[in-house]
Structure formats: C-alpha cells, structure tokens
Ligand binder design. Structure first.
Ligand SMILES: *Cc1c(COP(=O)(O)O)cnc(C)c1O
Length: 414
C-alpha cells in the first residue's frame, strides 16, 4: 500500500497531512516516507532470505543522510560512484565492508579514500583503471579487492540515456576483454580478484534482459574457474523499474527468481545494487501554484517548483503523476504545469486535467529517485527542504538553502 493516501480529503504522507508539511516547512519541499523506504528494502530482503546476499543501495538515486540511515539500519549496504558519496555514506554511519565503488572515472584520490576506509569492493570499469588501482594500493601498502564490471552487450530496452549495457555505452569492460583482464588482474600483487558485476540500465520493466546478462556473466565465471580464478561474489547491479504512470514493472520476486534459480547451485555471494526501486515511490515533491495563466492554445499553471528541483521531465521527458493535495470541485481543463525557471523546457507535467486555483498545493509523485539528488541552483534558486515522515512525526532532514549560501563561495575581483 502506498504511503501517500487521501485521508479526510487531504493527501497524507503516512499519518501527516501534506498541507501541514507545507505550512510548517514551506514549498517547494521534498517529502519522504520512512515506511515506504523500509517496505521497498524488505521486499528485496525477504526474497533473498536464506541466501548469502547483500543489497547495496545505489545512493546516487537519493543520497540524503536520513535516507541512507534508514536503509543502513535495516541491513542495506551501499553502491557509491564518487569520493563524495563515500564520505556521505560513512557520515550516515555505514559499515565500509558493505560498500562497493562503481564508476568509470575514479580518481587516485578517491581510490585512496576508499582503500583507507576498507570498502568491500572496487567495481573496476577499464584496464587503465585496474592499473591505476594497483599502483595506488601498492603505494599505500594495501591490497584492493576488485570486481570487473563486464558489459554483457544486452539491450535493456529502456531510455537511451539510462541504458548502460550495450557495447556503445561508456560503462564496463567489453565482454571479450574480460577474460584477459581477469588474468592480468590476478597476477597483480596489490589487487585481489573477488567478484564480477554488471549493470545494464535503469527503469527496466522486463526481467528478460537481466537474465540474458546473467547467463553471459555465468559463462565467464565458469571459464575463470577453469583457469583457477575462483570468484567469491556476483553483483547483478540495479535497474529494476518502478511505476510512474501505468507501467507494470516486475515484482521483486519475479525479477529475482529466475536469477536466483541459476545461482542456487553455486557458491557465490549475491550482491544487488537497486537505486530507483528502493526510493522512487517513497518520495514526493510538494509545490504550490503561484499563478494561473489560462489561454486559448495552452493554459499554464506556474508552480514554485521547477526543473532545477526536478530535472527528469526536462531531461528525459519523464512523466510524473501530479495530484492536488486538497482536491476541490471546479472546472477541469488541461494545464501545463511549469516552473519559474527561464527555459521553455521547464515543465513538470503537460496537459494535466485538473481543477486548479492559485494557491493550491500539488504533489508531484514518485519523486524519491534521481530527483533531489539531480537538483541544481539554476536561476539562483536555493535547493528545497527535505522532510522525512515517520508515522505521525515529520523530521526536517535537510533545511532549505539560503540565497546567501548560493554565492558564499564566490569572490568579486580585488
Ligand atoms: C545508477 C546505478 C545503479 C542503480 O540503478 P537503478 O536503476 O536506480 O536501480 C546501480 N549500479 C550502478 C553501477 C549504477 O550506476
């Protein structure tokens, strides 16, 4: 059941009215549900019961410390893609031995940080990165645990910007290069070959490409074993989609079962890196209608949230459901829900059939993933506050930025 439901004619997050949240914290404002976060993680954990497995939440989807804390307390590990994300998860109290480090461009400094922290695994994405990691680890007198991110060349059949497992993508090492690279890695003194990983894309609505990728990866695992390179873990990446509109993504069970069936006979620890699926439907963006601008061709509802807050519609043409917090009667017409930013691409939704009045509150749904974490200060707009709902409690987990903070790091010429 969704954590966001109408009660007495007002949209609530768990037991808290979103109208009260707007009064207390202002708009625009991100609102997350602890219960929804926990339920999403539990769905994975329960399917993995009895299996040596670790769910490493991909924190780039939403990296607020409170979100990380909620998931860490429930047993999650983390998938990071930068030194900044490493510091963030450590600040949230994560166990470094539950952290995997992905990304095509790890700097020497980021490698040092992660080696000092003692992370579980580096997901290495190229031959050049392997050599750099070997020398950085050597200089520190450490041995780096590694996995190679293999590009299985399968079509995830998702948006081209979030498809990552095709040969033409920048991610991972090419399938046919993996074996020689593993041989090379296994001879390096400062590297310890621990696993193999892949991540084929995001917002996948079909489980077949995951299985296709896994079958290719398992062929490699067997060839490596035949050469005496025994892997300890297999990391299946993330990518499982969510419902934004009327999509029917696989259940976690339907997604995992065909893969677990293939893995059950093997002595491999299973790692997963879900991002969107854990947080996407656990958050909304709360915004207020500033002005209505009805017109002959198009009618615009100008709201106080914009593309700097939620970039997904402008960036990917993504569709987010937009609902009134306090539905009221009135003439329904199609509205362009747009923000104050000076770009024609600044829209949150198009042609939405709603009865609107100036001052109305709207909730942009399914805004827990790749939303606040992708927000910017474009047009010198302070980033919005973030609030975590826990039952009947509302906790401010990131205060709204001030205007002064936006230029506090800048200097005029002497
Ligand atoms: C972004 C990313 C994920 C998470 O993807 P979702 O689609 O949000 O599940 C997992 N692994 C890697 C390497 C990523 O880059």
């Amino acid at each position: 059941m969704s954590a966001f439901v109408l009660r007495q004619g007002i949209l609530h997050a768990e037991e808290v009215s979103l109208a009260d949240i707007a009064d207390r914290f202002g708009t625009p404002c991100w609102v997350y549900s602890r219960r929804a976060l926990e339920a999403a993680l539990d769905e994975f954990q329960s399917e993995l019961g009895g299996i040596d497995a670790l769910v490493c939440y991909a924190i780039k989807a939403n990296s607020n410390l409170a979100v990380l804390d909620v998931l860490a307390r429930r047993g999650a590990g983390f998938d990071i893609v930068s030194g900044g994300e490493l510091k963030r998860v450590l600040a949230a109290g994560a166990d470094p031995r539950r952290i995997v480090f992905s990304g095509v461009g790890k700097s020497a400094g980021e490698m040092e940080l992660a080696l000092q922290a003692g992370i579980l695994c580096f997901n290495v994405e190229s031959a050049a990165e392997l050599d750099r990691l070997d020398s950085v680890a050597g200089a520190l007198g450490k041995v780096a645990p590694i996995s190679l991110r293999v590009n299985p060349d399968v079509d995830a059949r998702t948006h081209p910007y979030v498809s990552t497992g095709l040969k033409e993508n920048k991610f991972g090492v090419a399938y046919e290069d993996a074996l020689p690279l593993y041989r090379h890695a296994s001879r390096r003194r400062n590297l310890r070959v621990g696993g193999i990983d892949c991540h084929i894309g995001s917002q996948l609505l079909d489980s077949a490409p995951f299985v296709e990728a896994l079958d290719k990866i398992l062929l490699l695992v067997d060839r490596l074993a035949a050469e005496g390179i025994a892997l300890e873990h297999i990391d299946l990446g993330g990518g499982l989609g969510i419902r934004y509109r009327d999509e029917v993504p696989p259940t976690v069970k339907d997604y995992l079962q065909p893969m677990l069936a293939r893995l059950r006979q093997r002595q491999l620890r299973v790692l997963l890196e879900p991002g969107r699926r854990l947080v996407g439907n656990a958050g909304v963006l709360l915004t207020r209608v500033e002005y209505l601008k009805p017109g002959d061709v198009k009618s615009f509802a100008i709201v106080d949230a914009a593309m700097n807050d939620l970039a997904r519609p402008a960036l990917y043409g993504s569709w987010h459901e937009i609902v009134p917090v306090v539905p009221h009667p009135g003439a329904v017409r199609p509205w362009e829900i747009v923000g104050p930013v000076c770009e024609s691409g600044d829209f949150l939704g198009r042609g939405r059939e709603l009865a609107l009045a100036a001052g109305d509150l709207l909730a942009v749904m399914s805004a827990g993933a790749y939303s606040m974490s992708m927000s910017s200060n474009y047009n010198s707009r302070p980033r919005a506050a973030e609030v975590m709902i826990d039952g009947s409690q509302a906790h401010l987990v990131r205060r709204r930025e001030t205007i002064e903070e936006l230029y506090a790091l800048e200097n005029r010429l002497p």
